[in-house]
Design a protein around this ligand. Structure first.
Ligand code: ADP
Ligand code: ZN
Ligand code: ZN
Length: 739
């Protein structure tokens, strides 16, 4: 039934239903003030929720007498600027995701709970004291965070506010408290009138080299229009310096800059560098903030007070008053794709946002995603290259070490151990990369064959010896390690395979005289522990570093002259078609952490597949050649970026149910399937996870429009006709992995 009514509010409410809900304006509301982007409190079921006004309409498909009035309008002006609204609407259509969840992603938690959008009161300013300066001169104790903060305060004659200091060290509140207790820092009596006054004198920039200058010139010539630039340059080639220059150019035009980085790349070092060079307060948005901190940073960005916004994935939705440039650092990083619920890709959305705003987008990486390289080859993105490390110095040469038939000691071959000995004897550092934490991935009973199987997943539980627990890395379940086999009672339990913990134990035996640092999620869980580890490493001297991909990003280890990739084989034959690309990116990233101009490093890759063609191209010709070869493989296999994919995932508590659902979904599809290939249903590579059985149906199309036109009608039918509430399903557009 269709009826005409005066004014209908179409509202996105926090619900997984793929639709908006119609309401009447609240009684007594001034209709002239209503506009999209306002938050509205509405009755929903038996609760009241904060919804988001998306559209004003004049008709409804409901019986108008059944319409309920909204309770209250919470804002006088739109919470989100028009461009973010447009981006969210685009994302909602492209990802075929329910509007309530899409809009929830863009709003800080407190705003979703109805909190006001008033700007926070300016924070008090902190200043270094005379005794603080004295302490700094003599080198303050063994607390790296305190030293970092003091060092920073020493360069701020007018003091710095807590927000600014938060960007310098991670646990700035505790550190400030410690500094204050020692009387090395104190709050200034007079708080700053406005935040913008709190900036410290920016540090002078270095003169650009020719490649950097060319890159900066290309982008600054296009500041008034949309263009995507792919900035490709090895680690240390000066990409961050290029970002800083571009941001300065944008700030000079009174515009703002948004910089996205992977979570793991958002280090205190990076932020300190931004703070040193750029005037004005910086808004930082990442998952480690409290709700209040996040809201404050968000509001400062929205008000245009924070002129530079640095954040992880969801910061792509950050509101900006005068956006001037979007920068995505480490654009190939898988963490830009959200892996649950609303599965958007922040890099891809940054490109969309740039296009909608008519401003440049800069994607930077030492190892660009194959998708991005392909776009550059087709001329859709402009390729800017920084071919050399700043200050010269060759890139670390990479050697393949064939470990077939070699005796291995805890995953390490003799030749690798020998090479380590040589570098350590020269008082240099050695870095070993192994992307698997814990002691061993499997615990096996030698007597009866029992395996440390997870009760909820098709996966083994990893042995963590230090915690004396078996932990499932997929569902998080854990249990204590028994001394005897739970099946047969034998005490002959054996740890199979290697994780970083086991590597550490083996190396302590092999090199008892050498200091050793392990960096992974387990060893850096405590706040401040990462900074402490890093400071220790930077003190130099011979030392072995062991780490997972946490080592691969953000940090630089100039004293490292030998990098060992302990196990490249996981990456070469992974089930995912992106496994090879990931392996290449990780190897080069780890390699890029090491050495410096006058003391370059060497990289050694242990593998059982020394003749793997892509590995060869990577080692002998470098990443660009690898990317070309890998793209050719993708093209002949008709894989992305040459085909466009969507994955319909389903899961249920009972085996078979998800597959039945997908089979039905497939029959719903047939009459529409034009230019679409449907593959499956098939069980997920890990069929059971966290107690649920999972399966999926893969869709492929040569043309993106075909895929989306198809999905539009198919997903609508699926939502309308799908009745089995015991099956949970979701759609993943441009899936990054098939798990
Ligand atoms: P990337 O982001 O590509 O890893 P960075 O921008 O961090 O590279 O540069 C690496 C190092 O070289 C940094 O210490 C930086 O301060 C320095 N650097 C960058 N550009 C220049 C330059 N033109 N002259 C001197 N030093 C530079
Ligand atoms: Zn047994
Ligand atoms: Zn599990």
């Amino acid at each position: 039934m269709r009826a005409v009514s005066d004014l209908i509010l179409r509202i996105a409410v926090p619900s997984p239903l793929d639709r908006t809900f119609d309401y009447l304006p609240p009684p007594g509301c001034d209709l002239a003030t209503l506009q999209p982007g306002l938050r509205v409190r509405v009755p929903f079921g038996r609760r009241h929720v904060v919804g988001f006004l998306l559209e004003l309409g004049t008709d409804t498909t409901l019986n108008p007498t059944a319409l309920r009035p909204a309770q209250a309008v919470l804002d006088t002006e739109a919470v989100l600027p028009a461009d973010v609204l447009a981006l969210l609407r685009w994302a909602q259509r492209y990802y075929h995701h329910p509007p309530g969840e899409v809009f929830a992603t863009a709003l800080p938690t407190l705003l979703r709970q109805g909190e006001s959008t008033e700007l926070p009161a300016p924070a008090p300013l902190w200043q270094i004291t005379a005794s603080g300066r004295a302490a700094l001169a003599t080198g303050p104790s063994r607390a790296p965070a305190q030293k970092l903060l003091l060092d920073y305060l020493a360069r701020c004659p007018d003091g710095a506010d807590a927000d600014t200091l938060r960007a310098v060290v991670r646990d700035s509140t505790a550190t400030l408290r410690a500094l204050r207790a020692k009387n090395w820092a104190e709050p200034l009596a007079r708080p700053a009138a406005i935040l913008a006054e709190t900036a410290c004198a920016p540090r002078p920039p270095p003169a650009l080299n020719a490649a950097q200058a060319a890159a900066v010139t290309s982008v600054t010539a296009e500041l008034d229009r949309f263009q995507v630039f792919l900035l490709e340059g090895v680690t240390g080639s000066g990409k961050t310096e290029v970002y800083l220059r571009l941001i300065e150019a944008v700030l000079a035009r009174d515009r703002q800059a948004l910089v996205l980085t992977p979570e793991i790349g958002l280090t205190p070092q990076l932020l300190a560098r931004f703070r040193e060079r750029l005037p004005g307060p910086l808004a930082v948005l990442h998952s480690g903030l409290s709700d209040r901190e996040r809201l404050n940073a968000w509001l400062l960005a929205r008000a245009g007070i924070a002129r530079v916004v640095v954040g992880t994935r969801s910061a792509v939705f950050a509101p900006l008053r005068a956006p001037g440039i979007l920068i995505v650092d480490e654009e190939h990083d898988p963490s830009f794709k959200q892996q649950d619920s609303f599965r958007y890709h922040a890099r891809d959305l940054a490109v969309v946002r740039g296009r909608q705003l008519g401003i440049p987008v800069v994607l930077g990486s030492a190892t660009p995603a194959l998708e991005s390289r392909h776009n550059a080859e087709r001329g859709r993105y402009r390729l800017l290259q920084l071919p050399e490390r700043v200050g010269g110095g060759a890139e670390a040469p990479i050697e393949i070490l064939d470990v077939r038939r070699q005796p291995m000691a805890e995953g390490l071959s003799r030749p690798l151990l020998e090479r380590m000995r040589i570098h350590l004897a020269r008082n240099e550092q050695v870095l070993l990369f192994l992307n698997r934490r814990g002691f061993a991935p499997i615990l096996l009973c030698h007597e009866c064959g029992w395996l440390s199987q997870c009760r909820h997943c098709d996966a083994r539980m990893t042995l963590h010896l230090r915690q004396r627990r078996l932990i499932c890395h997929h569902c998080g379940d854990s249990q204590p390690v028994d001394a005897a086999c739970p099946l047969c009672g034998s005490v002959d339990l054996r740890a199979i395979g290697h994780g970083t913990e086991r590597l550490e134990a083996a190396l302590r035996r092999e090199f008892p005289e050498t200091d050793l640092t392990r960096m992974d999620r387990d060893s850096t869980r405590r706040r401040g522990s990462l900074e402490a580890l890093l400071a220790d490493i930077h003190n130099g001297g011979r030392r072995i570093l062991i780490g997972t991909q946490m080592l691969a990003k953000g940090h630089h280890f100039p004293e490292v002259t030998l990098v060992g990739i302990v196990d490249a084989d996981q990456g070469l034959y992974g089930i995912d078609f992106r496994a090879g690309e990931r392996m290449a990116q990780l190897v080069l990233q780890v390699a890029g952490r090491a050495g410096r101009a006058e003391k370059p490093g060497v990289v050694i890759i242990q593998t059982h597949h020394p003749d793997h063609p892509l590995l060869h191209v990577l080692v002998s010709q470098g990443y660009p050649a690898f990317a070309t070869a890998a793209l050719a493989e993708r093209q002949s296999a008709w894989l992305p970026p040459f085909a466009h994919q969507a994955l319909l995932r389903a899961e249920a508590a009972e085996p078979g149910r998800a597959t039945t659902f997908l089979r039905a979904a497939r029959t719903l599809a047939d009459p529409y399937a034009d230019g679409i290939e449907l593959l499956g249903p098939a069980p997920a590579p890990m069929e059971r996870r966290a107690g649920r059985f999972r399966a999926h149906l893969l869709l492929q199309a040569a043309r993106r429009q075909d895929l989306h036109r198809f999905l539009e009608s198919w997903i609508a039918r699926l939502r309308a006709e799908h009745a089995d509430r015991r099956v949970r399903w979701s759609l993943d557009i441009d899936p990054a992995e098939l798990f």
